[in-house]
Design a protein around this ligand. Sequence first.
Ligand code: SAH
Ligand code: SF4
Ligand code: F3S
Length: 484
Amino acid sequence: MNQETDRNKDIDEKLQGEATIIKSTMKPNGRKLYVESYGCAMNFSDSEVVASIMTKKGYTTTGNIDEADIVLINTCSIRENAEDRVRKRLTNFKNRKKRQPDLIVGILGCMAERLKTKLLEEEKLVDLVAGPDAYRDLPGLIDEVGTGQKAVNVLLSRDETYADISPIRLDKSGITGFVSITRGCDNMCSFCVVPFTRGRERSRDPQTIYNECDELFKNGYREVTLLGQNVDSYRWNMTSKGEIKDDTKPTTNFAQLMGSVAIISPDLRIRFSTSHPKDMSDEVLETIAKHDNICNSIHLPIQSGNTEVLKRMNRGYSREWYLDRIAAIHRIIPGCAITTDIITGFCDETEDEHRDTMTILKEVKWDFAYMYKYSERPKTLAERRFEDNVTEEVKSARLTEIIDLQRNNSAKKNLKQIGKVHKVLIEGPSKRSDIHMSGRNDHNTKVVFPMKNSKKGNYVLVKITDCTTATLLGEIIEIIDPAK
Ligand code: SAH
Ligand code: SF4
Ligand code: F3S
């Protein structure tokens, strides 16, 4: 069963393989690079770092795979089906190589880190393997391909944040951009492969984050999304020389970082992902409330509504704690949109435990949720400690129940918007129609409307007239010039 949501697909369609031709300041070496990304926003953001590293060495990026000399696939390991999808793609490339023997195919990202040399040595599907902390080494690895050496670097780092690299934007909207603020994760949720594929958590120098956001704004971008596996654990306690000041007192925490980025311009929208229920502080919520341009939209994955399951998942909070954080959001940011992630059919999950997820869905009424069947991942705590003993049939049935209930919640929320006016940042023409524009409101819901004389990058006031489960439809009532 395909569990991908409309919104997941949106991100995929917008960004997948959207490498554009980049002019390098370096003399071009005549070799063209095509990058294709799968998985979370962090991977899409990393692909932009990769494009930057490669263009500095004279490579040109292309959006047309047929003219590429080098294809790099940035991969995801989060669930088994994410890896299956990449394997299929790599098999396609194997066939292509029969026609184009000097084509170099490389694998990057989480699957590269997890499988290390396997795809190169045993399955012979790729020529090159680079883990998430090894991208500076890519030009060297490409040189090694063909010399008979194994072009592999899967070393994880304690301090690599690519802080000094100015990413080359691969998505063509030119309006919204991702900015990484942390890498890795120290949480060890028992189901999750990320700590193994991305390594230890580290925060990026706040000055470089500010500079990157400021640069984006100056280049016409109107929205930045600050990215980390757990943005709330962002902490910077270094001097500018890289010395640790005082480990117990961060000089910059996430609330302060977000506050500093928010003052770049009132016309630059700030989003962030992902918040962690155990670490999301009232100070963060107060910072969101204080700045009009920090979007009132929080992605707060719950995973399960049952405290015992949460314990087995090693999530570090209970059902009650999660509900306390929801109450804090409502108290400090009234009307804030809240979205979540849910895993169904985790090890030993009983029918009663599943019911607790159903009841919390009714109680919290999230605006939107990503919902998944548990997929056992090698080496994780859950794989070592528990049995993946909920049958496929039960997982599917529970997932369907959850999806039906959540769809209903989302539809009701959208219906309530009819007649209301929303401020929307236009990202570009709608995919389905030449005469419509598409953008997002403060709550991160997609809004589609006839373009009139609006342009991408405009903020517009849109009166909502209709909706589908995932999209609001409306009419522009005012174009707000962002330059004013
Ligand atoms: N750092 C984020 C999540 C990153 S992974 C956080 O802590 O919330 C995105 C989502 O994938 C998770 O929230 C979880 O719902 C889902 N996921 C992770 N591992 C999974 C697994 N083994 N099986 C099914 N879903 C999983
Ligand atoms: Fe995975 Fe948990 Fe880290 Fe999220 S917080 S990336 S779910 S280990
Ligand atoms: Fe996937 Fe790695 Fe992101 S496993 S979800 S690409 S951190």
